[in-house]
Design a protein around this ligand. Structure first.
Ligand SMILES: [Zn+2]
Length: 612
């Protein structure tokens, strides 16, 4: 056994080192768009002026744009993938394949200019390539002018017109948008199912639409101007420091505004004819939820958030969500909570969703569960382990379909495995880290992660480094195993024996992924003794509570570990590895002594005997 004092001191010293802020270059955009919508044909014309800042050290001889609406055409990659995937997505299937000419989506690029000069473009599905005759030099700023004509597809996935609840326009991923270029190059991913990654900047967007439409959009409304013939209204929005822009429009929207705190209003747009009372209560829940989320995740940086009825399910955008509304109050609140938490884990941190979906959906889910528990469960402080996601994880692991978290989001063989990886294993990553680092340190680390990396596109290593700095622990082993492999955690108490000096507790690492262990011994008189076994690779340990005894570190190469305690064997009621169930041990059955299952077996047998 080690003395706690020395290691505790090293923990404190490490905690004060290296507070440097990251200084990584990133591209920057300024969009100015003017859209004229024809609500009869569901087509619109668009003018887009994009000021593009090449802050990279590289000369760019081409640029890529996403043309998301092109996904909603028979034969598109999204269509083919939706029909041929091993577990084809419910809700899409062959719906794109069956679209008629007036139901498909498209973007037609009518002209494209760089600094006033025409540039040739080519379109391949949802990606437009422009090969530049004048390459953009490092540090140079250029202006791209684009004229385009688009047709809004019938709503199938995320965006579109006339969704299942009768919302006319759900406008996410709706305009030609430049792809992200970063330290690993361009990211011109085809739009197949997911997800997004774009440069930050300011969006100045004017939407011209029939005057009887109510519009809700990302950003702050600057002005509304009714046209001379009274038919249309121009709604001008400004959204600053965002990497996307979304809007919804419907003639039947009711628009409520709820003040959350100084400098933050939540706007809610919903159809009055359906579930009006539930949508009206939503505002009160957001009043309670947002300050709680801010206390855990950091300050929400924008002046508004818009909850707009539309789309399918719920989808996150800067300062806005499009979400469906026909559901129970708790489910409505749940979706709104999930989507607004994406303001932190995606829209402000801006991780690359193609690869780092688990830092986006997973982190969101971790705080989503905590927030819902805060809103609806009086005992939320106990932070129950995420049993639903544990079962989801275990189910996929046992199915043999699990893929590592390094798999590109669109390239998973199986939707269920993607969902588990992004939402489940991502959320469980944080639960594991909370277990490894200790709750208070973990909570501080998450706030530090946000403060350090907001608006900077952190990657997985950036996150790992923050966790290490705040805890003073080496944690790369955790990310190596949890993110890059499908190896699982499984620890067992293998033996409890009386020896000369007392009782020897023997344990075995049955799984391939190592972890530090909390071991709790409960005596028959009800008192408990806690033992903490750090993993050697951590080069330290989490903060210990008063009653915990620090044990010799367990070296990962060793499948076995034992320690002796001065106690009589018949004083022991039980010994358990991680009674908190936060460590994602794939098999809890062998975590306890005496083994509950063997007890059940014995009980089962005796029951039989009695019955016979
Ligand atoms: Zn989500």
């Amino acid at each position: 056994m080690l003395t706690r004092g020395i290691l505790g001191l090293s923990l404190v010293i490490l905690g004060f080192t290296a507070l440097a802020q990251p200084d990584r270059w990133q591209q920057q955009v300024e969009y100015k768009m003017n859209i004229d919508m024809d609500v009869e044909t569901n087509q619109f014309t668009g003018f887009q002026k994009l000021k593009y800042y090449n802050n990279s050290p590289d000369t760019l001889d081409k640029v890529f744009y996403h043309l998301y609406f092109n996904a909603f055409q028979p034969g598109s990659m999204m269509d083919v993938r939706s029909r041929t995937h091993t577990d084809a997505r419910r809700g899409v299937n062959d719906r794109i394949f069956k679209l008629e000419a007036d139901e498909i989506g498209y973007h037609k690029i009518k002209s494209f200019k760089q600094n006033g000069k025409n540039v040739n473009t080519s379109v391949d599905g949802t990606i437009m390539t422009a090969r530049l005759s004048s390459p953009i030099l490092p540090g140079e700023t250029v202006v791209f002018d684009m004229e385009f004509e688009s047709q809004v597809p019938i709503q199938i996935r995320r965006n579109g017109r006339d969704n299942a609840e009768g919302i006319r326009y759900s406008m996410g991923q709706w305009f030609p948008k430049i792809a992200e270029y970063d330290y690993s190059g361009w990211h011109p991913h085809d739009y197949i199912a997911r997800e997004f990654y774009s440069p930050w900047g300011d969006y100045d967007v004017t939407i011209n639409i029939d005057s009887d439409y109510v519009v809700g959009a990302s950003g702050v409304l600057q002005s509304t101007e009714v046209s001379k013939n009274d038919k249309k209204t121009a709604h001008r929005y400004l959204a600053e420091n965002v990497h996307d822009f979304a809007w919804g429009a419907d003639p039947d929207y009711t628009h409520d505004v709820v003040n959350i705190r100084e400098g933050l209003d939540v706007h809610i747009y919903y159809q009055t004819d359906t579930l009006k009372e539930q949508w009206q209560q939503l505002g009160e829940y957001m009043k309670k939820a947002v300050p709680f989320i801010e206390s855990k995740c950091g300050k929400y940086p924008y002046p508004v958030y818009k909850i707009i009825q539309g789309g399918d399910g719920g989808m996150e955008y800067p300062m806005a969500t499009l979400m469906i509304g026909h559901k129970s109050l708790k489910s409505l609140v749940g979706t709104a909570v999930h989507e607004i938490i994406h303001s932190w884990y995606q829209l402000v941190l801006g991780t690359n969703e193609s690869y780092l979906y688990w830092m986006d959906e997973g982190f969101d889910q971790y705080y989503d569960e905590m927030t819902m528990s805060y809103l609806f469960d009086e005992n939320y402080e106990s932070r129950k382990p995420m049993s639903g996601y544990y079962r989801y994880y275990k189910g996929v692991v046992e199915s043999g379909k699990e893929e590592p978290l390094t798999t590109h989001a669109d390239h998973f063989e199986n939707h269920r495995a993607y969902g588990m990886a992004a939402y489940g294993k991502g959320a469980l990553a944080l639960q594991n880290l909370e277990y490894i680092m200790g709750r208070a340190v973990f909570d501080r680390a998450m706030l530090r992660y946000y403060d350090t990396w907001k608006f900077k596109h952190p990657n997985a290593v950036d996150f790992e480094v923050i966790m290490e700095k705040e805890s003073g622990l080496e944690l790369s082993w955790f990310f190596d195993y949890w993110v890059k492999t499908t190896k699982t955690i499984d620890y067992a108490i293998s033996n409890v024996n009386t020896v000369k000096a007392g009782v020897e507790i023997s344990m075995e690492r049955m799984g391939l992924m190592p972890m530090p262990l909390d071991v709790v011994l409960t005596k028959k008189d009800g008192t408990i003794q806690q033992y903490y076994i750090p993993l050697g690779m951590m080069r330290g340990h989490r903060e210990l509570s008063q009653n915990e005894t620090l044990m010799t570190p367990w070296k990962w190469v060793n499948p076995y570990y034992s320690f002796v305690i001065d106690i009589e064997e018949d004083e022991i009621k039980s010994i358990e590895i991680d009674p908190s169930r936060r460590m994602i041990d794939i098999n809890y059955d062998n975590n306890e002594y005496p083994n509950r299952n063997s007890e059940l077996e014995i009980k089962g047998k005796s029951d039989k005997l009695e019955n016979n």
